[in-house]
Write a protein that binds this ligand. Structure first.
Ligand code: SF4
Ligand code: SF4
Length: 248
């Protein structure tokens, strides 16, 4: 089904106390078209009864000012300003558990639609995407430089302030405990496990080919530069290692 000829488009609604739109109509349309152009869009949005079953079962809706029903309604009615507005904050509350997708009588996937909106927010370099992803720059650096998302030495009260008092439960002698693990590759707290050079280089290729690094460059150019340098170094190391094998 093509959405370009549908008639659900709402005309300007805007802020109830102002006629000013936060961005121009052209930009709103560009953002919506990017969401709509994704192959998953038609699969994940099939109509909406406005029944609220998705919101009733959504864990995020219990804790935040967030409703999957609202997200689906905004997309279904093509409320461009509302869509833009939810992309400023609300879409980042979803836990991506997909309970909503399992329950919706229309076969919609509100969680999947949220994912499309998040990807579009990153593509457009929206401030909300930069703010939400900033705390994860340390994890991103660790992942790309070591192949591990999280290492034991990162689990500290400062690094996980959002765990609240629970973070004290992992305040254990990790250096000593790790040495008790039988596998030598785990006798460190700097990585969770050892990832060899070949695997690291393969991961770089995947991140490049799938556009992950392009997205990173949009939302955090400094981190992108640091990571690019690390990748170049590791690729050189891998080439050297291959040359050494040829010489043997
Ligand atoms: S995927 Fe997101 S919107 Fe759907 S139920 Fe889970 S938290 Fe709610
Ligand atoms: S997305 Fe599905 S479950 Fe949610 S309000 Fe619409 S029809 Fe109901």
């Amino acid at each position: 089904m093509s959405h370009s000829t549908t008639s659900r488009i709402q005309e300007h609604i805007g802020d109830p106390v102002s006629d000013e739109s936060p961005v121009g109509r052209e930009k709103l349309e560009e953002i919506f078209q990017d969401i709509q152009a994704d192959l998953r869009y038609d699969h994940e949005l099939n109509g909406c009864l406005n029944c609220g079953i998705c919101t009733a079962t959504c864990p995020a809706a219990h804790y935040y000012d967030f409703s999957p029903r609202e997200i689906v309604q905004l997309l279904w009615t093509e409320n461009l300003e509302g869509i833009y507005d939810t992309m400023q904050e609300k879409i980042w509350s979803c836990a991506q558990c997909y309970t909503c997708a399992a329950r919706c009588p229309f076969g919609n996937s509100p969680g999947g639609l949220v994912m499309l909106m998040r990807e579009t927010a990153i593509k457009h370099g929206m401030e909300s995407a930069k703010n939400v992803l900033r705390p994860f720059s340390r994890v991103m650096l660790k992942l790309i430089s070591t192949g591990n998302q999280l290492s034991p030495d990162m689990i500290t009260p400062d690094g996980f302030a959002d765990w609240g008092p629970n973070v004290s439960k992992i305040d254990a002698p990790l250096e000593t405990l790790r040495k008790a693990i039988p596998m030598p590759t785990l006798h460190t707290t700097k990585t969770a496990w050892e990832v060899n050079l070949k695997t690291s280089v393969e991961l770089y290729t995947i991140w490049e080919e799938t556009g992950v690094l392009d997205s990173l460059e949009i939302i955090d150019e400094n981190l992108f530069d640091v990571i690019s340098d690390i990748m170049d170094e590791k690729r050189d190391d891998y080439e050297d290692w291959l040359d050494e094998q040829d010489d043997d």
